[in-house]
Design a protein around this ligand. Structure first.
Ligand code: SAH
Ligand code: SF4
Length: 394
């Protein structure tokens, strides 16, 4: 069993089954304090009696194993491949990014092995869905990095602990909703009570492709986490192709959910927008996007737009527009009073940048997924009829 899924009563029942004689609430507190420190291997819970330690080792799922580690950007970016048990023997990838100047250590974690939502530009989507990750498997990605940092990663001024967590790795967090919500609670709960890792909610970001029911559930949590919504297109016609789940949750519904989220939490929302040359990165797209956002959020904080230059992925030939065009796109948004930043991508040398994680899964059909293929063809047709993008000489 996964120890992180057991509440206090569940743990007490387990101890009772073991015939543990000490007051259960005392032992439960001891075990939960270890879990809150990221230790889920019974053998390492050194203040417990040896028999109980052995029973816990027997009862708890084994910790996922690190299969591979690779680094890039002079040690500032580190990708870890974790083996998760289970029927398919799946593996997932997580990324640690160090920002010594601001004393930040950000972990980008996965919530699913693969993804079923098939955004054609994304390697995880191209690889297809393998399985959901459990709560322990999600949290482990954080605790593995925590251990690396505590041991020292050989980078001057690197923090010795995780400071930020972003749900931007493999998979769609809100398509694995309960474990995602439980993970947010564990990340932000108070360690002294054995309730969590003690991160501030503001340093946790959940990125979603825009699953409306999930956004409404997150809103109900009442935690000031940062919500990032992947937009990628200023209208339904283009978004239907770039983000196929838009057919179930079109822009009007998505923006209504985002508006409600902002009204209820008073938090500034982030929109993510992957810039793909000749597809969604022209001046017209920028102006339409500005209109959509200005019109959608007349009151409350205007969402921030995070522009992500497209990273190369195996199944499609698309790429980021030239830097001048990226800046011009950002300038259009800024001009309309919408805060916009260009994300500096990390880890491209080790396939660790946004959208590049696929844990070496064989892509479903050679190098192109059927779903990606159809969308790619439609988009090539769209691209052929579009005016030259910003920043590029005709
Ligand atoms: N499923 C969630 C979270 C994981 S992806 C989501 O889609 O939001 C995290 C971010 O990386 C998303 O904004 C996603 O659109 C973006 N992304 C995917 N593929 C990319 C690529 N090839 N280049 C740049 N960003 C990409
Ligand atoms: Fe899934 Fe997000 Fe990739 Fe789309 S961008 S396929 S939702 S992981």
């Amino acid at each position: 069993m996964d120890p992180y899924t057991l509440d206090r009563d569940g743990l007490a029942a387990l101890l009772e089954r073991f015939g543990e004689r000490a007051a259960p609430s005392y032992r439960v507190r001891q075990i939960r304090r270890w879990l809150a420190r990221g230790v889920d291997d019974g053998a390492e819970m050194t203040d417990l009696p040896a028999t109980l330690r052995a029973q816990l080792v027997e009862a708890f799922d084994p910790s996922p194993r690190v299969l591979r580690e690779s680094t890039a950007d002079a040690g500032l970016t580190r990708k870890v491949l974790l083996e998760c048990g289970g029927p398919g023997g799946e593996a997932v990838e997580s990324v640690l990014m160090l920002y010594p100047r601001s004393r930040r250590a950000t972990v980008c974690i996965s919530t699913q092995a693969g993804c079923a939502l098939g955004c054609p530009f994304c390697a995880t989507g191209q690889a297809g869905f393998r399985r959901q990750l459990g709560l322990g498997e999600i949290l482990h990605q954080v605790t593995v990095m925590q251990r690396l940092l505590a041991r020292g990663v050989g980078v001057t001024d690197a923090p010795d602990h995780v400071t930020n967590v972003v749900f931007m790795g493999m998979g769609e967090p809100l398509a694995n909703l309960e474990p995602t919500i439980a993970a947010v609670r564990w990340l932000t709960g108070r360690p002294e009570e054995g309730e969590g890792f003690g991160l501030s909610a503001r340093s946790v970001t959940v990125s979603t492709v825009g699953l409306v029911p999930g956004i409404r559930r997150l809103q109900g949590l009442g935690l000031p986490i940062t919500l990032a919504v992947s937009l990628h297109a200023p209208n339904d016609a283009l978004r239907d192709d770039l983000v196929p789940v838009n057919r179930q949750h079109p822009l009007a519904d998505l923006l209504a959910a985002c508006r409600d989220y902002v009204a209820a939490t008073s938090r500034r929302l982030t929109f993510e927008y992957v810039l793909i040359e000749d597809i969604n990165a022209g001046g017209d797209d920028a102006r339409k996007l500005a209109e959509l956002i200005r019109g959608g959020f007349p009151d409350g904080p205007v969402p921030h737009v995070n522009l992500i230059p497209m990273n190369a992925t195996p199944a499609v030939p698309w790429r980021a527009p030239p830097t001048a065009a990226q800046r011009a796109f950002a300038a259009v948004l800024e001009g309309a009073g919408i805060p916009a930043t260009l994300r500096r991508n990390r880890g491209t040398a080790i396939d660790a940048a946004c959208g590049q994680l696929y844990a070496d899964y064989a892509l479903s059909s050679g190098r192109t997924l059927p779903a990606a293929e159809g969308a790619a063809q439609r988009l090539e047709a769209v691209a052929a009829t579009r005016p030259a993008p910003l920043g590029r000489k005709p």
